[in-house]
Design a protein. Structure first.
Length: 354
């Protein structure tokens, strides 16, 4: 089998790959794990993260100063600053993601604090909600009934889910490929709503801390905008900022799994196959790596979720070569081709309703 796939259609379940007992699949992963460890790619990059986080915080402070300066003139050009604000918010989200995976600091408490800072306080997105949801996704990617990212929601991911849709949901599913990017305009707000709703799941101190930080984010964000801008400008800035943040984050995560293999109930893939066959890489360059936060190396991230994000690019040649040696397809494609594949899958899922 080819080691690299770059087809432009939605990828079906991979044929010719029999289910492998867990112990056999584990032996497939062990040699790769040894290589990665020997290369030092699982070591923390604390200095890198310290510098990167500091730069992002300073840039955010400078942006606030810019909003104050332009806002003082009364110019509506202040809305242009919502674009870099969305980029910086997405960067904060990437740091929160990494802290949730224990990539940043050596201890869980420090990573938890960083996740709360970037998630709850800076973004208004609950760290516990995101970590719980995302860890379940990593454990069983693209597995219906186990991966929350392929549960029935505004969008659906299988024809079995599609045929059960009625009313407005039927309309959404029928046209979901065309509506996907417009719907991302609401994703920034949806993340906050889901985080608030998840507080009911938390208990004791966790609920107080997470809820308090979410409230602090809302109060601080609102007060800052109303202090620097007129009420109309503040509302418009918040709308544009949240819309662009949702699109940015959605564009970073959409290419990773949609249209890739979806294991059926009873499938017994080991860790290597479960992660590689369900994940798609987006071919990297400095611009793509920056905009997608390095998570375009999705295969490597899923195989080694605690690997510091700066090391994913360095791990790619090892992973690709290992997959080629044992005959497992390694999927990598260009950025726009990845979106075509994901949208093609969503379009095919909605076909029965058309």
């Amino acid at each position: 089998m080819a080691a690299t796939s770059s087809t432009l259609t939605a990828a079906p379940p991979v044929p010719g790959l029999p289910d492998v007992p867990a112990e056999g699949a584990g032996s497939e992963f062990a040699p790769l794990l040894r290589q990665v460890r020997q290369a030092g790619l699982l070591r923390r990059r604390r200095r890198h993260y310290a510098v990167s986080i500091a730069v992002n915080l300073l840039a955010t402070a400078a942006l606030c100063a810019g909003v104050a300066v332009v806002g003082a003139t009364g110019s509506w050009w202040v809305l242009a600053l919502a674009v870099p604000a969305a980029v910086l918010s997405a960067r904060a989200g990437f740091f929160g993601h990494d802290a949730g995976h224990q990539q940043v600091a050596a201890g869980r408490r420090a990573n938890r604090a960083l996740a709360l800072l970037h998630g709850n306080l800076l973004l208004g997105m609950g760290a516990s909600w995101w970590t719980d949801k995302h860890n379940r996704h990593h454990a069983n990617p693209n597995h219906v009934g186990k991966d929350p990212d392929v549960e029935v929601g505004a969008l659906v991911w299988t024809r079995a889910q599609a045929v059960e849709r009625v009313g407005f949901a039927h309309f959404l599913t029928k046209h979901q490929a065309g509506l996907f990017f417009p719907m991302l305009l609401l994703e920034g707000l949806a993340l906050k709503v889901a985080s608030v709703r998840d507080l009911r799941r938390l208990r004791g101190a966790d609920r107080l801390v997470e809820g308090g930080l979410l409230l602090a984010h809302l109060a601080g964000y609102t007060a800052l905008l109303l202090t620097l801008l007129t009420p109309g400008q503040a509302l418009a800035f918040a709308a544009v900022h949240h819309a662009l943040t949702g699109v940015h984050l959605g564009c970073a995560f959409a290419p990773n799994h949609k249209g890739m293999a979806m294991p059926e109930e009873g499938t017994r893939w080991g860790h290597l196959r479960r992660q590689v066959l369900t994940s798609r890489n987006v071919r990297g360059n400095p611009v793509v790596d920056f905009l997608l936060g390095g998570l375009n190396y999705q295969v490597e991230h899923h195989l080694f979720p605690s690997m510091p994000r700066p090391h994913l690019r360095r791990a790619q040649p090892l992973v690709r070569a290992h997959c080629a040696r044992i005959g497992i397809p390694y999927t990598e494609t260009g950025l726009f081709a990845s979106y075509r594949q994901a949208l093609g899958h969503m379009h095919a899922v909605g076909e029965p309703l058309r």
